[in-house]
Design a protein around this ligand. Structure first.
Ligand code: HSE
Length: 435
């Protein structure tokens, strides 16, 4: 069979890894794909000498690669919105299949891109966009196709998980760990995407669409970062049997879909609580299969290349299949996507960790618990730390049962307005991840 000709856009961390793995494993990959997969062209502005470019025509004009009539599959590994969007749309217009690792692009412009691809009868594959080397798109879209997905929860940003792990295990500073993640090539070009949860929200948006069969709606995903997580809260969480992880949660409820990224306490006995460093994991609850857990490297050159190349092989195998019989981009047939609403954050339901500083005097705790009771909030566990020597402010730490967020917002507002409470109440959401 004729070789499949691939054009690579970008030879950075992931592009370089893809070229190297394709070259190193060429024979094994051809045995799987049934034909040779050959990178014939690549576009980059900055050629890294560690990348194997033997036999590749390297230029600095990505549009020239996209417009080259000899190329079958365009692999977009530039990242960002522009010019990635124009390049992908141009490739589709030219009748080429596209493989991308660009989660920001898919989360923001995926609806437009998939519609264009559908019209042209080409595939746009994006496994590498979510959780690096973990085949979570494949699992959700195909392996779990029998199920109604009830919820999923994932550690889907390697940089953020690396930072939280190092802070907890080694007491390192936030900034110091972030710099190391950047040097290792894990972090996004703009690292606020990692630490403020935007990257995880891109990925969660994609996972939720595939899980529930709804259009991509990044603008409705709630996003809260990890930059305010303190060692103090990590320590109290551990004393209570929990770990703090930066979690993406998508849950289908009777009222709509919850779509939220935020720091979360999870019981330390859960497998996912023990996913550390740059590793990612996604826990998926299906009505038939129950819970399933997917674990692996969420970032880095070759783990991400692993997913990119799996997509290239998938496309190579199915390019001759009638477009109507391929796996739909968002797992559900395009005309079967539903308009189930995404719930505003004050409508979601979860449990909470609260920490407050209170004057150490009789009746303070009663005032706080009265407010919680009036808001219909049950306390699950509590710690009170005596004031440091010579001080009169005590720390109170509470875990609550599940409650709708607007009730908790009101309770926190009322607690913060008490004279006996000093400063803001720290609130971290808590998920048991058991049903
Ligand atoms: N910046 C991302 C992360 C890279 O740290 O997970 C992989 O998407």
């Amino acid at each position: 069979m004729k070789p499949i000709k691939v054009g690579l856009l970008g030879l950075g961390t992931v592009g370089g890894g893809t070229a190297n793995v394709l070259a190193r494993n060429a024979a094994e990959i051809a045995r799987r794909a049934g034909r040779e997969i050959r990178v014939t062209h690549a576009a980059t502005r900055d050629l890294n000498p560690d990348v194997n470019t033997d036999g590749i025509d390297v230029c600095d004009d990505a549009f020239a690669v996209v417009n080259n009539p000899d190329i079958d599959i365009i692999v977009e590994l530039i990242g960002g919105y522009d010019p990635a969007r124009q390049l992908v749309l141009q490739a589709i217009e030219n009748g080429k299949h596209v493989v991308t690792a660009n989660k920001a692009l898919i989360a923001m412009h995926g609806n437009e891109i998939f519609e264009a691809a559908q019209k042209k009868g080409v595939m746009v594959a994006f496994e590498a966009g979510v959780a690096g080397g973990i085949p979570i798109i494949k699992a959700l879209r195909e392996g779990l196709a029998a199920n109604q997905i009830e919820w999923l929860a994932g550690i889907i940003n390697g940089t953020g998980n690396f930072i939280l792990t190092e802070m907890r295990d080694k007491g390192r500073d936030f900034e110091d760990v972030l710099a190391e993640a950047q040097a290792l090539g894990y972090a996004e070009a703009d690292p606020t995407f990692d630490v403020e949860g935007i990257d995880a929200a891109h990925k969660l948006t994609i996972l939720a669409s595939i899980a529930f069969g709804v259009p991509l709606q990044f603008d409705k995903t709630y996003t809260e970062g990890i930059s305010k997580i303190s060692r103090e809260d990590m320590n109290y969480a551990e004393q209570l049997g929990y770990r703090i992880k930066h979690l993406g949660v998508a849950r289908k409820t009777d009222k709509g879909i919850e779509l939220r990224v935020h720091p979360t306490l999870i019981p330390e006995r859960r497998l996912i609580a023990n996913v550390d460093g740059v590793m990612n994991a996604v826990l998926v609850q299906g009505d038939a299969v129950g819970p399933t857990l997917y674990y692996g490297a969420g970032a880095g050159a070759e783990p991400t290349a692993s997913a990119v190349i799996a997509d290239i092989i998938d496309v190579a195998r199915t390019m001759t299949v009638d477009p109507d019989n391929r796996v739909p981009h968002l797992a559900f047939q395009p005309n079967e996507l539903s308009d189930t609403p995404i719930l505003p954050m004050d409508q979601i339901e979860t449990a909470y960790y609260l920490r407050m500083q209170a004057l150490d005097r009789p009746g303070v705790l009663a005032e706080v618990t009265q407010i919680l009771g009036e808001q219909g909030i049950s306390i699950e566990a509590m710690i009170q730390k005596e004031p440091a020597e010579g001080k009169s402010i005590a720390s109170i730490i509470m875990l609550t049962q599940r409650v709708v967020e607007h009730q908790m917002n009101e309770a926190i507002r009322r607690i913060e307005s008490l004279d006996v409470i000093d400063g803001d109440v720290t609130r971290i959401r808590l998920e048991q991840l058991d049903k």
